[in-house]
Design a protein around this ligand. Sequence first.
Ligand code: CA
Ligand code: CA
Ligand code: CA
Length: 179
Amino acid sequence: MGKSHLWYTFGGTYVNAVITGDIDDDGVLEIITGGQHSDSTSSTNAQLRIWSWDGDNLSLEASREWGTGSIFSYSSINTIAIGDVDNDGSAEIVTGGYAGAFLSSSGQFRVWSWDSTTMLLEGSETWSNASIIRGLAINDVEWDSVPEIVTGGYHSTWFSPPKSERESGASSKLEARLP
Ligand SMILES: [Ca+2]
Ligand SMILES: [Ca+2]
Ligand SMILES: [Ca+2]
């Protein structure tokens, strides 16, 4: 029988995506969850968490929350992928979702690394149009031995119905936009 773990970060807390992978290269899988939670300013922030499981205990190893900082803003993770997007031999975590204000959010994906002590934001891309990322894949779709990040989602505004959208971002583009 497994374990169940409930958590609650200030307000309503949701997990929208879960994936497993060995992020710190120690041969043991981590569990990564992504979602959102409310904060004290009535904003919704994205939440990324890394958990370890030793067969008996589920331990929180790292947690990151972020939003736009403005009141009534909405940020969330909808999907997570794991892959070596910068070709250095270690896996990164890629999160996809949105960031912005109510009904005018923008698609956002972020690349994270974790070495068992520190979680670092390696890159971040936020689209300028109203859009939401719903799915992510990491693969070498250009056959050049460097993996790309492929996103799928939709964009919509107050006055238009959702339109499907697909983008691929090369890791070199991400490196050029390190914070
Ligand atoms: Ca590990
Ligand atoms: Ca890597
Ligand atoms: Ca490629």
